[in-house]
Design a protein around this ligand. Sequence first.
Ligand SMILES: Cc1cc2nc3c(=O)[nH]c(=O)nc-3n(C[C@H](O)[C@H](O)[C@H](O)COP(=O)(O)OP(=O)(O)OC[C@H]3O[C@@H](n4cnc5c(N)ncnc54)[C@H](O)[C@@H]3O)c2cc1C
Length: 501
Amino acid sequence: MITLDFDIAVVGGGFSGTLTARILAKQGRTVLLVDSNKQPRFAIGESSVPAGNMVLASLADRYELSDIRPLAKYGSWKQKKPGLACGLKRGFSYFFHSTGADFDPGHNHENELLVAASSSDALGDTHWFREELDFLFLKSARDAGVTVHDGTTVDSIANQGGHWQLELGSGISVKAKWVIDASGRRQVTSKLLGQHAGDSTNDSSATGLLHTNTSAIYSHFEDISGWHTWMTQSHNGSKEYPFNSDHSAQHHLLDDRWLWMLRFDNGITSAGLVIPNIESYPTDVTEIWDTTINQYPSVKRLFHSARLASTPQKLIGAGRMQFLNHPLQVEGLVRLPSAFGFIDPLHSTGIAHNLIAIERTVLAMEKYWESPVLQTTLHAHELLQFEEFLVSDLMIDTAYKCMGSPSAFEAATMLYFAAAIRYEENRMRQNDDSMGFLCAHEPFWKSAAEEVHKVCTKLDLAESKNQRKIESRVRNLIEPYNTAGLCRTDINSMYAYTAAE
Ligand SMILES: Cc1cc2nc3c(=O)[nH]c(=O)nc-3n(C[C@H](O)[C@H](O)[C@H](O)COP(=O)(O)OP(=O)(O)OC[C@H]3O[C@@H](n4cnc5c(N)ncnc54)[C@H](O)[C@@H]3O)c2cc1C
């Protein structure tokens, strides 16, 4: 039997695994990347946010990743990488629909919320067409010297005192000092070590700590109609929109669920329904999809000529999406966020959280390789990552609790935006990111998230006095940090400038 010897084995060849592997190879490490799939392949999870783009730019600058640097802004992406599909994301848009009726924006945008995250298209964020982007990342990792074994699984992993022994499905044995798990919800290393968060009955799982409980049905489509064009034709108030809402992470809030739409420049749109609190895995995904879309005439119109894109050419159903592992503090093992936990597509946290964790991992490896400090630093990161998931969960679940009331929902999202903007500002102005993703390491944000979550759980948010209570509490809480003019009452939910640029 062949045994290969590496400094680091990375499990999972999505953007997280490939980027990490490439940087570590650039640092002079010998790196093996194992992926069970062969690229290109379909992958969901596409809307980026400013924090993620800041990290991507920093990593590209520090490690001279010239092909990746332009991807940090829409303008440079289109200019330097015109052949790589993406979409323009100027911010977040939310439209609150009612069953059986055409969308009614309200006289003063009562049923709309638009939040800009950038001040121009050129500086805009992007939707990642993962099928192409992950493939590019894989090729670049290979070019940087990473050994890639794809189309094979990691079947076992054992810590043999000072190094790991991995057995691959291909029959190859691998010896590595470090294992980095970027295998997404498959949680390969946690499962192989018997510690995964597969279900909440598993004692070692932290999933039971999470409040958010949602499932999803999603795919890629061609020929979905433009929402913005229809809105500008039918709705005078749309001239107050800070951006074209088709160039955003578009959220259509339906009575008890919501629909995302992310449009790519290649004519493909990522669309998905997120359904809270369903008991079991959605088996009849087509029926659920069609019944939901048909109940909302304005949404139905968008899908009039739509058809499933050739990849993946089917609707995909995911049962409860949330999972969370406990910190394990195992020597020589790093589990990146995608393999550690997942909360929800709302607020598009996945890409940024993974990039932030990749950055702190590779910086620690650069600084402390071969030093015992590396292990203690990475253990500290694991604890921080756990807190980041708990804070994200509180903020996201609060937003779900508020979905029945546009004004309460706006207040709930403002707490999230305030934390996100504080992270961006600290990073940009003081070169300090020690507060972690969503500032989870600053006690204020966790206690603020806990307080607002508790209040929203207790109050009947159908009552307008309770909605005002939430708005006022969030406004007061974020006041010391509110550099971007969040929670304003004079702009009718049209936030044109919240960017930390
Ligand atoms: C419905 C949904 C919508 C989302 N929307 C957004 C969004 O809009 N914005 C956002 O930021 N995030 C979003 N996310 C989160 C986002 O998808 C993840 O953060 C992102 O995919 C993580 O990328 P990754 O490279 O870490 O992992 P993945 O993309 O999950 O890649 C994991 C890789 O591991 C490989 N693998 C699996 N098992 C094995 C094995 N046994 N051996 C070897 N390799 C293996 C797989 O083949 C795969 O290539 C969404 C997630 C979901 C579920």
